[in-house]
Design a protein around this ligand. Structure first.
Ligand SMILES: [Zn+2]
Length: 220
């Protein structure tokens, strides 16, 4: 044989890795085709490397999987933080809107949701699907159409929040005049959402003008 086994066996790892020159490759292949000793040595080298390669690969795969898991975990954490941030923002906006709407008090328009009735000697106003936060009222005794009359003028205030959040199924009731406060003497109840200053001192004509722009909700 042209080359010694020692030399060939020194080169075999390079041959196995495919990094030796064409010339060396030819020499090695020629040698191991004739030398069973070096052929066996080459096979043992292959086996040893195969055994090594597998765990190396699986290590790499598990490392890859671990880093992928870490990235996914990080993304998940960031997503959770984002969701929490958006929820907190929405909650703050909703809270601000609610607070704003709760402070948006306005005089309620007189429509079919407001009614007045005399129950057990008490004059009651019933408000459907809403709640009043304030009741302005004034009892006025005056001569209207040459008749001495006791009139009760009132209006209700409420918030936009109550208007939006109260169900149409429910109603609220308020006492306009209780039986022990002279409810019996009242002849008519008007819904008047204008200026109440000095209303009790107006003469018959001026009061008639207010009656004309008011809504009669109840009369004897
Ligand atoms: Zn040999």
């Amino acid at each position: 044989m042209k080359y010694k086994c020692n030399l060939i066996q020194d080169l075999l790892p390079l041959y196995y890795d495919g990094v030796c020159s064409e010339e060396s490759k030819e020499i090695i292949e020629d040698h191991i085709s004739q030398c069973s000793n070096c052929k066996e040595y080459y096979h043992s080298l292959c086996k040893a490397n195969e055994v090594n390669i597998v765990p190396q690969n699986s290590d790499f795969e598990s490392q890859k999987a671990a880093s992928f898991r870490a990235v996914r975990k990080k993304l998940k954490r960031e997503q959770l933080l984002l969701v929490a941030f958006v929820l907190a923002l929405l909650f703050s906006v909703a809270f601000a809107c609610k607070t704003f709407l709760k402070h948006q008090s306005h005089v309620l328009e007189c429509d079919e949701t407001i009614s007045v009735s005399m129950i057990d000697g008490n004059l009651l106003v019933r408000l459907k699907g809403n709640q009043a936060t304030y009741i302005r009222q004034k009892r006025v005794e005056a001569v209207i159409n040459e008749e001495e009359k006791t009139c009760l003028f009132f209006y209700l205030s409420g918030t936009t929040w109550d208007e939006l959040s109260t169900s149409n199924e429910v109603f609220s009731e308020y006492v306009l005049c209780a039986s022990d406060k002279g409810a019996e003497e009242i002849d008519a109840v008007y819904y008047f959402d204008g200026d109440y200053t000095g209303i009790e001192n107006l003469d018959g004509n001026q009061l008639q003008q207010i009656v004309d722009i008011s809504v009669l909700l109840w009369s004897k």
